[in-house]
Write a protein that binds this ligand. Structure first.
Ligand code: ZN
Length: 269
């Protein structure tokens, strides 16, 4: 329980950093410098106004200086990341498996909000995440890989790296192909290349099967919610750009959790 509470605290801080990334990465600004400032009045944010969730509540959701509204996305991302880390570390403890799942969740939360707000999926998160996913596959091997049926003399680490590479390559390739077909048939852009790179990242973390499940579930989910939204908000079918990355992120989060031993632990209770 202590570990889970510490993970909650770490998740709130990581969420706070994700907020910086969500605002700055799509705008090509450095995430390191300058320190946090109010986008309305440019006043630097003091440390006591930058405490996750608490500062937002204390300030009533407004900048201390110019009273501009702080988007509710700030405390939401902090709470979501904190909750995800807590739910992961409670059953798994401080383990490599928990670290991998926490990192994956943080990347997905960041990408979900970047796409929702800016329709951009930053390379730092997609390609950077894909590299991290392949590296972590060597350290924390997958339980089962399709390749072990054919390459029985390979060790679990090499098989896992192969699985991560296959997941990244095949998942991204399939999505790229779908996009190319759509472009030919409809004569306009259906998906961005950011979605393709994002699915490579997801495949690197979840493997081949997980990447395909994410693609199928994310597409169906995005289509259903997208159609309902377009009708309800009276948007134009032809021009509305669906934040597909946000739906991929939700699908991947769900599948990562269902695949992990953490889910079995919750079921057993
Ligand atoms: Zn301000």
């Amino acid at each position: 329980m202590l570990e889970a509470v510490l993970a909650l605290g770490a998740g709130l801080l990581v969420g706070s950093f994700l907020n910086v990334c969500i605002y700055r990465m799509p705008r090509d600004l450095s995430v390191v410098r300058p320190r946090s400032f109010c986008p309305a009045c440019n006043t630097p944010v003091a440390w006591y106004d930058n405490v996750p969730v608490i500062s937002y509540l204390a300030l009533g959701g407004r900048c201390r200086h110019c009273r501009a509204r702080i988007p509710v996305r700030y405390p939401a991302v902090e709470l979501l990341t904190g909750a995800a880390f807590f739910v992961i570390v409670l059953p798994l403890g401080f383990s490599l498996a928990a670290f991998k799942l926490c990192l994956f969740s943080a990347l997905l939360i960041g990408l979900a909000f970047c796409d929702l707000e800016q329709r951009i999926l930053p390379d730092q998160m997609t390609l950077g995440g894909a590299i991290a996913g392949v590296a972590l596959a060597a350290l924390e091997p997958f339980d089962f890989t399709l390749a072990q049926l054919f390459l029985s003399d390979w060790g679990p680490r090499s098989l896992s790296v192969l699985e991560a590479l296959l997941g990244a390559g095949f998942g991204a390739g399939l999505l790229w192909f779908t996009g190319a077909v759509y472009r030919r048939v409809r004569g306009r852009e259906g998906l961005g290349f950011g979605d393709v790179k994002m699915l490579a990242m997801i495949g690197a973390f979840l493997g081949l099967r997980g990447a395909l499940q994410t693609l199928i579930f994310g597409s169906v989910f995005g289509a259903v919610v997208g159609l309902i939204y377009i009708r309800a908000a009276r948007k134009d079918y032809a021009t509305y750009e669906l934040p597909f990355g946000t739906f991929l992120a939700l699908a991947a989060l769900l599948i990562a959790f269902l695949q992990s031993p953490a889910f079995l632990w919750y079921q057993g209770r």
